[in-house]
Design a binder for this molecule. Sequence first.
Ligand code: ASP
Length: 710
Amino acid sequence: MHWPKNMILRQSLQILWRTPLHEVLLWRSRWAEGRRRCYSTALSERLRERFAFKKATHSIAQLYLDPEISTELRLASLPVEQKVVVLHGWIDSAPRKLSKRLTFATLRGAQFDFVTSNGSSAVGLNGDSSEDLAGKNTIQLVQMHPENIKEDDYHSLRRMKQETPVCVEGTVGIHKGTDGRYEITIVKITALNDTMNFASQVRETKQWDPKDRYLQLRTPALQRALALRSRVASLVRTEFSELGFTEIETPLLFRSTPEGAREFLVPSRTNAGKMYALPQSPQQYKQLLMAGGVHRYYQIAKCFRDEDLRADRQPEFTQVDLEMAFSSAADVQAVVERVLTRVWRDVRGVHLEMPFKRLRYADAMSLYGIDKPDLRGGLELIDLSAFATSTRHSNYPVFEILKYRPSGPSDAPTLAGAPDGYPTLRSPLMYKIDLAKEPAEAWLKAAASEFKLKFHSGTSDVGAVAAVIMQAYNIQDGDILFACTRQQVPFENPTPLGRQRLHLLHGKVKSDEIAPLWVVDFPLFTPVERQEVVDGHIEFDYDSLMSTHHPFTMPVLSDESLGAVLDVASSAPDTHTQLDACTVLGQHYDIVINGVELGGGSARIHDSMLQRLILAEIMKVRGVLRDPEAEQPENPFTHLLTALSMGCPPHAGLAVGFDRLCAMLYGSESIRDVVAFPKTQSGADPLVGSPSEVRADVLLSYHMQLADKK
Ligand code: ASP
């Protein structure tokens, strides 16, 4: 019966009118209590399930390794008692209704085990393709629903959004139509939290904004990267510990020192006007540890450099840092070879031959035009200094060529583009030998005019010189020659031909080959680059020198190097040109793998007088004086110089870029792939909003104030 509204109202008022007031109030409070209880029962039940969920019995991968399950499945045609497993994970793909009462969805497991394709190992990271791994980390869910599912039933798969975290209890069966993949028939599924639609939308579009980094981290690719990174760290620790190293943490609040890179400063609230600096590396602390009697030190250390972020650099990064007392460069290199060999073997199943190759810096530059050559792919440069010298720019006299033999008519190489920041740098001359069109020496004539070549040994017959060169280096019709010039000791790095070689080899080298190399005997000092390019040549200021590695690197012990550095450092400033210092070699070594500089180190100067001379007379560090008696209070290296003079033993060390090492093992060009929360190109982390502004009153408590914007 349908009562008109005012009738209901009238009858209700009549009942109320006849009822004593206290009873009305009692009803009212009971009704409110009932509502409250009903609401709170639902909420508390839901909360309870969100927090008191069952422990997982397996990860998805472990289901495949459980012999009980596989036996049960083999017998599944018989009515066996099925085992109920509990899995944790996320709804990976949106649930699909197959009928009124049947729903399917995919569960992505909470635990990424990275089982090898044959299911034999629960932690095999070696060589698995991400498809294999992703495949072992998802499983089909099937739910038979009761009649009348409620809209907000958090036990109903059908109601769940993609990316809902769940606890699934169910039985395992074989998923029909797949070769042996399992599926779970749900006994009970519980949503452990709500999720916004955004989480699935962003996953579907794969447009990863840095703000959504934690959603991106859920992808198998990044889970694998994080697992790999952790595995590499634990292998490194195991190997160092077996080699008798002590892991020691050094402070992150360090002091500002002119060691090389620009630092991040941290104002001190309790020391007005004073700052800490974050360490660009633990270099000085680890040398102090050597003075402190530590025999072999290592650390997986955080480092900070406030540099302009060129491609694939991070303002904070991680190093595997080591230092060894009473040791030489060769001792350090042997340890690093062992650690890297172990890591490559255990993570990638790749055997690296020890000892690694060694190449002097001068040879790397003249053969490959770069100090971190990729040895795969050959293509060596040819130094033609024996025949001619370039007079186009006095600091770039070396004339060199690169011969390229195309693999077929479609292999038509191009010139490498200009390097970043150097649009006007000279390009190599590219010349195709085409004997049907031109005489054989045409390329040399073109190069002679481009580079103003002066031929040696009185020969003016370019044809004869070309013939000798072409015969000596087997240059044939159809070959393409690239010609250019470089400095005698090249500080332009890579040289134009080095860049051209990289360009020619790009995409052509075998990617699974690992070619480790030590580059040794670097120049101890590098002249500072002037911000100018004159007629395609970078200008250097040979009067102001930087350390090629860092100022604590020991010169090579030859008369030319150690002798020269002592001469320059100990004689009156005007009696030597700084150019002499550029020929001094340092006991500096870089570990290079496939064209990537993985790390670098050196034997250190443990003699305080030599260290003082270099800092004072060559590096011209303010506050450091040649005479220790005249010590200046602002000397930023007093602690180190003093420690060296207190019986510090000889020592040597190195640091490997841990992010780059992991990226390489992971097979990625970008370290961002192996860093959980990388910074953007501008050094920001938009996820947390760093760096952020600080209120003026907070700044004041640090004794600071922002300068007026101009
Ligand atoms: N501290 C150096 C660097 O960060 C490595 C070393 O010489 O040990 O490159």
